[in-house]
Design a protein around this ligand. Structure first.
Ligand code: FPP
Length: 251
C-alpha cells in the first residue's frame, strides 16, 4: 500500500509546526555554499505547503527565521531575507490556487523594509482564503513572544482594563502572536537535532514531537506522510489514562 493511502482522513492533525533544519549541512555535503542550501530549502517549503493543503491540514506553521538567526553573518541574513521576498512574490499564485491564507508571527517589524512590505502585502491579499492558514515564524522567539504577552497583560492591569484575578490560560492565549491559531498537534524537526530551539513553547504543551534525520532540502512528500502515519499511531492522552480514553472505566 502507498504511504499516502495509509493516512487516515479522520485523524488529520489540525495544526502542524515544522522546524526546518539542515539547509547548511545539506549544502556542505554537496561542497556548496550555505545559500545554496537555503535556496533548495524553499523548494521543500513549497512542496510541504502544497501537500498539507492537499491533505486537508488546516494550519501549518514554519519556523523560517528565529530571533537568534539575526546573529548569523550579515551575508547569510541578507540571503534569507532576499529568498523570503522572492518566494513571497513567486508563490502568491500558489497561495491563491490552494486557497491558503498567509499569516506571520514574530517581531516582524524588525524585518528589512522590503521584506516587511512584501509580507504585509501577501497577508492582505490572501486574508479571505480559508482552506489552510500558513504561518511563517519570522524574527520569532518564544521567550520574546512570552515577554510581549506579559507586558501587554501588565499594561491592561495597570490601566484597569482587566483584573489580575481574570488572568487565566485563555487570556494568555489571546495575547500570544498565535491568538487565532489552535494548539500545535504535531511538531516536526528535520536534520537529526532533538531540540525545540525557542519555538512555540506555550503552544506545543501537548504536541506530539517527531524528529527525522532527513535534512530540510531533502524533506519530501513521503517524509511528511511518514510523520503523519507515525502521529496517527500514537495515543494522545492529555494527562488521562489509556483506559479512560478507551472508556474501559467510568472515571
Ligand atoms: C535551518 O537550516 C534553516 C533556516 C535557518 C532557515 C529556513 C529557511 C528556509 C527553508 C528558506 C526560506 C524560507 C521561506 C519561508 C521562504 P540551517 O541553516 O540552520 O542548517 P544547518 O543547521 O545545517 O546549518
Amino acid at each position: 500500500m502507498d504511504l499516502k493511502d495509509q493516512i487516515k482522513s479522520k485523524n488529520i492533525p489540525n495544526h502542524i509546526a515544522i522546524i526546518m533544519d539542515g539547509n547548511g549541512r545539506w549544502a556542505k555535503q554537496k561542497g556548496k555554499l550555505r545559500a545554496f542550501g537555503h535556496q533548495n530549502g524553499t523548494k521543500s517549503v513549497k512542496q510541504t505547503v502544497e501537500t498539507c493543503a492537499e491533505l486537508g491540514i488546516k494550519n501549518l506553521t514554519l519556523y523560517a527565521f528565529s530571533t537568534e538567526n539575526w546573529n548569523r553573518p550579515k551575508s547569510e541574513v541578507d540571503t534569507l531575507m532576499k529568498l523570503l521576498v522572492s518566494s513571497l512574490k513567486k508563490e502568491l499564485k500558489t497561495l491563491g490556487d490552494n486557497n491558503i491564507r498567509l499569516n506571520a508571527i514574530g517581531n516582524i517589524k524588525a524585518l528589512p523594509k522590503k521584506a516587511f512590505q512584501e509580507l504585509s502585502e501577501v497577508i492582505e491579499k490572501t486574508k479571505e482564503n480559508n482552506h489552510m492558514t500558513l504561518t511563517l515564524a519570522l524574527s520569532y522567539g518564544s521567550r520574546e513572544e512570552l515577554k510581549h504577552v506579559v507586558k501587554e497583560i501588565c499594561t491592561k492591569v495597570k490601566n484597569n482594563i482587566i483584573s489580575v484575578e481574570s488572568i487565566d490560560e485563555s487570556v494568555i492565549n489571546q495575547h500570544l502572536y498565535t491568538h487565532d491559531l489552535p494548539d500545535v498537534d504535531l511538531l516536526i524537526r528535520t536534520s537529526g537535532e532533538h531540540r525545540i530551539s525557542n519555538f512555540l513553547l506555550w503552544q506545543i504543551a501537548y504536541a506530539e514531537l517527531y524528529f527525522t534525520d532527513v535534512l530540510w532540502p531533502d524533506f519530501s512528500k513521503e517524509n511528511l506522510y511518514e510523520a503523519l502515519i507515525n502521529y496517527q499511531n500514537r495515543e494522545r492522552r492529555f494527562g488521562k489514562t489509556s483506559e479512560q480514553l478507551n472508556k474501559k472505566v467510568n472515571v
